[in-house]
Design a protein around this ligand. Sequence first.
Ligand SMILES: [Zn+2]
Ligand SMILES: [Zn+2]
Length: 366
Amino acid sequence: MKITAAVSRESRTVPELEHVDLEEPRPDEVLVRIVATGICHTDINAHNGHGPPVPRPIVLGHEGAGVVEAVGAGVTRLAPGDHVVLSGNSCGVCPRCLDARPTYCREAMRVAFGGARLDGSSPITQDGDRVAAVFFGQSSFATYALAPARSAVFLPKDVPLHLMGPLGCGVITGAGSVLEAFRLRPGQSIAVFGTGGVGLAAVTAARLAGARRIVAVDINEPRLDLARELGATDTVLGGAGADQALRDIAPDGFDFAFVTADVPSVYATATTCLGVEGTLGYVVAPAGEWVPDTGFLLAGGRRLQGIIGGSANPHALIPQLVDHWRAGRFPFDRMIEEFPFSDFARAWTETGSGRVIKAVLRMPET
Ligand SMILES: [Zn+2]
Ligand SMILES: [Zn+2]
């Protein structure tokens, strides 16, 4: 079928909308009419050649939400007309997948960044030429996407689909880190470094989990205001005074530090502010030299924990987050700004500049 997709080409600063052809679903796939899709910084990094390399041209996008239009012959869990949010891709058969921990799938890198199904095929072509796709099992910067049925999370019909896409990556990464990876208990404390979509989801989840102290740290002051509205008990402006400000707030240190920025000095501050048996969790590696103070970590039983996708099983956590959202306890949509798909370039540029926290592209009504 003919679809419209934002195609990422090496020669361009921004992916541009083009007409491409999409295959029929394979037996284990679903065809989803995308209603809306978020832009994540991983899309921007992939386009700009930072992080794991992707083949080009490629259709990016991995926070899609939409309506199932058709299902492959082997799909029994979903049917046409179902509402879904697309989560990350996984192989479905490795030990971690079988243990419902798909973000640590043995094939995680290949199924996210490989630009193809595991058999090497791509479902998208243009005038017969291959276009890489299956980005995180989605390539949802498009009017339609083919996804493995395994990665499509069923949504009830009474929730607004156009707001749900970010649950598939940015929101589950932040919320899952607090709820699943840290298993933060009521009364504990957390410092969140970076208040983009992932950091703000973590702040909101920390309030949900009953954290006593939630400190948001950023150099962007308007975002700190939003962090306070979403549950931060304190905010700290990043930079030279941050270490002392954090010590003033929590003289014995924090139970958790959560780092969503790749700045080495942020890692240093986040480590220093940890209390005894505190954990520093991070979702991006530092971009540059950073040497952890291993003596400080050892002496206090402190830990470093890498976290992918919030360590969450999307089929378990996303429905919970939807219920919390419906009850007003998890207002992640406060960070969303909507753009029509035709305004892709503006949404992309304003996400990259930090003007917008979470851009969501809405597809034209059909
Ligand atoms: Zn993402
Ligand atoms: Zn796997």
